[in-house]
Design a protein around this ligand. Structure first.
Ligand code: BGC
Length: 340
């Protein structure tokens, strides 16, 4: 049985190295060389498992059962109403105060041809856990290829109709953790539309609107700083970007969703997924009060999370993708972070 502080390492032939903790499956570091061979750790967080366990429990974590928000913590399946904990103002966030980010996952090495190295993380969430219906069996593969792809493959099955939305909550800074903000990073997202939020932070209105003419337009690569500093109402609500983007031409296959580039180091990351949305979160709530890697305060916009997912509050929005999982079905989600 794994212990919370256990740390596991994946390595490939190019010196890319990923470490993660049994606690929350939290990605603790991703070390990637740049074109000159300079290696940097491109995820923000903490230097030691002890610091990580005492700090922000979402850094790099696997979130569930429902990552992102369920408005008022309420949803209905087949006419039966369920009430989840409202742990984020009036909403339910990331599976509740004892979500999957806070569990010790069982971790074992696995051999899969495609990967230089891989681990399977598994978790059983009992019927009624965090007030969700059904016993959920979750298996996640963390795999690293020799093409510098860090792959997260999720699978889950339930004993009763339930809702599910799993994601990974790593914040990236391609110049290196503790190197400043991501304002200079260039982001491109294959999303002509996004889901706006209302005055109540994080609550999606249910609309799906074009990004054109707004700071959310990342259809061509653009500096994140341009968007987060704009005085657009949606940006001001969350002091940056904390929005779900609707992936173009979603068809359930794994496709390129977003590309992040740090022009200073030249490091580039592509995000591929079979999910319909990606939440872009620029870490607006960091205020320097927490100490991160290399004894450096974690400041606002220190990293950007690209969270592949179903849309926020999908269970309550008929025009959003389905988030209900039924017995006999398998939830399958793939997200690939490819470093170039
Ligand atoms: C959400 C933010 C939230 C953060 C917590 C993100 O996925 O979009 O609104 O504050 O998680 O770490």
């Amino acid at each position: 049985m794994s212990k919370a502080s256990d740390v596991f390492t994946l390595k490939n032939k190019n010196n890319v190295e990923v470490t993660f903790m049994a606690h929350g499956g939290r990605i603790a570091s991703i070390k990637v060389p740049d074109a000159k061979g300079e290696v940097a750790d491109v995820v923000i967080g903490y230097d030691t498992p002890e610091q990580a366990l005492a700090g922000d429990l979402y850094f790099g974590a696997l979130c569930g059962r429902y990552a992102n928000r369920v408005v008022n913590g309420q949803f209905e399946i087949d006419g039966v109403a369920y009430q989840l904990e409202c742990n984020n103002d009036k909403n339910h966030l990331h599976g509740g105060s004892d979500g999957f980010n806070n569990r010790v996952w069982a971790v074992e090495p696995v051999t899969i041809d495609r990967f230089a190295q891989a681990y399977q993380l598994s978790l059983v969430s009992e019927d009624g856990d965090q007030q969700y219906p059904g016993r959920l069996d979750v298996k996640v593969i963390y795999g690293l290829t020799d093409d510098n792809e860090f792959v997260i493959d999720y699978a889950a099955e339930t004993t009763k109709p339930t809702i599910i939305n799993l994601t990974s909550h790593a914040y990236f800074n391609l110049q290196g953790a503790s190197s400043g903000t991501i304002e200079g990073h260039e982001l491109q997202i294959n999303a002509a539309r996004y889901t706006p939020i209302s005055g109540e932070i994080g609550t999606v209105t249910g609309e799906i609107v074009p990004v054109e003419g707004t700071p959310m337009d990342f259809t061509s690569a653009k500096k994140i700083g341009v968007a987060v500093s704009s005085d657009n109402e949606q940006v001001k609500l969350v002091d940056g970007i904390d929005h779900n983007f609707v992936i173009d031409n979603y068809d359930g296959s794994v496709q390129l969703a977003a590309t992040l580039v740090d022009p200073v180091s030249g490091r580039k990351m592509e995000v591929y997924t079979n999910q319909p949305g990606v939440q872009i979160y620029t870490g607006s709530h960091f205020d320097g009060s927490e100490t991160g890697k290399q004894n450096t305060p974690i400041q606002k916009w220190a990293g950007v999370a690209l969270e592949a997912q179903i849309f926020p509050d999908s269970p309550n929005k008929d025009n959003f993708p389905n988030a209900v999982l039924r017995p006999g079905e398998t939830y399958k989600h793939t997200c690939v972070y490819k470093f170039i």
